[in-house]
Design a binder for this molecule. Structure first.
Ligand SMILES: Cc1cc2nc3c(=O)[nH]c(=O)nc-3n(C[C@H](O)[C@H](O)[C@H](O)COP(=O)(O)O)c2cc1C
Length: 486
């Protein structure tokens, strides 16, 4: 049986050593790869080999600044890490020559620096002060772009699996109380109180229960869940394990759309690693708790994001919503009591259990606690992923963080919440971003996709798009699936 305390001490020691070596780290989330990150990685390996440099080369996931991918981080022992944006293969030799060989960062290419206790460089903005991050919080996204998502050791070194360890000590009821006290509400769109949902499933009678993760993420412009899965897969697994233990489940499913191959690959790897260390499977940490997680790749029909359609789809039936009641809490997967939460909801759980509900509730507003991850796309200057405290205004998100509208054009509207949401125009830009304020003006916070439109956008076209979307998102993929099976 794994001695988790010894394992954690070992992982921390190795991680410290790693951080104190000359390192070059490439962002290889989907955005980094799409921008050519893998070619940059190859160029770095080649350059380092040709110069016989004693430098470690590693990769990470998306740090959030998708607008300057490919992103490369360079760090020397005792010195702040410097994050460079728009690094293409033709810039690699110069970057290595200057930053590694001559120990001088290229200031004009640097996006920011992360001192992390080491000596900062004069003249490069720190992450805390950078306009893109100043108003953000890094909680559920804290490992994104900072650790290697394929290394369970780095997850453990940075507090990973402390949540389940603590959860197993405090017991099932105490976990549910803690989640209730934190005020966590479902991040999949509806904002249902997570602790209350878990209580229903805990109370439900059943010889078998399930914990299911909704990673279908069908809203246009939404890639929060994909980024969390690609960047911190163990946090989602750990959140599900804590939920499973609390409600009395021994099996979990992650329903992830097949269009997210990298997320699925990293999840499978994370499951294998967790099982290898005895952190998943039988008798977890000697507690007698058994839990296993399976991945179900969905064909990508928008409707399968709806929880009961999703359950049908896992069961191999057509992805059609079920009539409720009964609710999944009583009759869910294979008619057994089931807790079903979104990726971001689960990913918050280990942090809450580890750091406590009081810590979590310091972020956000009275009725919407914590932080929320959003994706900014459309006519915005800085397309990317942001995590903000609930209650921040849309103006702060769109203008202060994401740099406002492209080409100096005027803002017209921001679409939030996908097809179930609405378009918010400039008179509501100063509204706090929380579940209730957005619902009060006829939109919803949704899962976090924010599509920004400028003065040239035709709102009639936008309406037509959203009316067609739910139908098309299913039909298009069904056609593709049937042509693939022929
Ligand atoms: C048409 C439709 C599509 C949905 N798509 C998603 C989705 O892609 N991801 C998601 O988490 N929730 C989606 N939901 C909400 C889910 O039904 C469910 O409320 C949610 O996954 C519960 O998790 P939470 O409590 O953690 O938010 C969708 C709902 C509807 C009606």
């Amino acid at each position: 049986m794994t001695n988790i305390d010894e394992l954690r001490a070992e992982c921390k020691e190795q991680y410290e050593k790693k951080l104190n070596r000359p390192r070059i780290v490439v962002g290889l989330g989907t955005c980094g790869i799409a921008s050519g990150g893998r070619k940059v990685m190859e160029a770095i390996k080649k350059e380092v080999a040709e110069r016989s440099l004693d430098v470690d080369i590693d990769f990470t996931s998306c740090i959030g600044m998708c607008f300057i991918e490919p992103i490369v981080e360079v760090s020397l022992p005792g010195k702040a890490s410097v994050i460079y944006g728009d690094i293409f293969p033709n810039k690699v030799a110069q970057l290595i020559e200057s930053h590694i060989v001559n120990e001088t960062p290229i200031y004009e290419w640097a996006a920011m620096q992360i001192p992390n206790g080491d000596t900062p460089y004069e003249g490069i903005v720190t992450m805390d002060e950078a306009p893109y991050y100043k108003k953000q919080v890094r909680s559920v996204t804290s490992r994104l772009g900072r650790t290697n998502p394929e290394s369970i050791e780095e997850y453990i070194a940075t507090g990973g699996y402390e949540g389940i360890q603590k959860g197993l000590q405090i017991g099932r009821e105490a976990i549910i109380e803690e989640i209730k006290k934190s005020g966590l509400r479902g991040r999949g769109g509806g904002g249902f109180p997570t602790g209350m949902k878990w209580q229903f499933v805990y109370n439900a009678v059943g010889d078998k229960k399930y914990a299911v993760c909704n990673a279908d993420e069908g809203d246009p412009g939404a890639f929060m869940d994909r980024s969390v899965l690609e960047g911190d897969p163990h946090a989602v697994l750990e959140g599900m394990m804590i939920a499973g233990y609390a409600i009395g489940a021994d099996e979990g499913y992650i329903y992830c759309r097949a269009e997210y191959p990298l997320a699925i690959r990293r999840l499978n790897l994370a499951i294998a690693e967790a099982e290898k260390y005895g952190l998943m499977g039988e008798n977890i940490l000697g507690s007698g708790f058994n839990f296993r997680i399976k991945i179900k790749a969905g064909a990508g029909a928008f409707v399968c994001g709806e929880e009961t359609a999703l359950l049908n789809s896992i069961e191999g039936q057509r992805g059609m919503p079920r009539v409720r009641p009964p609710f999944p809490a009583n009759k869910g997967l294979w008619q057994k009591p089931t807790v079903l939460n979104n990726v971001e909801t689960y990913a918050n759980v280990p942090f809450i259990i580890r750091k406590g509900s009081d810590w979590y509730a310091t972020m956000g507003t009275e009725k919407s606690k914590g932080s929320k991850v959003f994706c900014l796309t459309g006519k915005i200057n800085k397309t990317g992923l942001v995590e903000v405290p609930m209650g921040i205004t849309l103006r702060e998100v769109i203008f202060d963080i994401a740099g406002g509208i492209q080409d100096g054009k005027k803002f017209k509207a921001v679409q939030s919440g996908g097809p179930s949401g609405g378009c918010i125009s400039d008179e509501n830009l100063d509204l706090p971003v929380d579940y209730d304020s957005l619902a009060a003006i006829g939109s919803i916070m949704g899962s976090g996709g924010l599509v920004v439109m400028d003065e040239t956008t035709c709102m009639v076209d936008v309406s037509k798009f959203f009316l067609r979307w739910p139908r098309r998102a299913g039909r298009h993929r069904r056609l593709r699936a049937s042509s693939q099976s022929n």
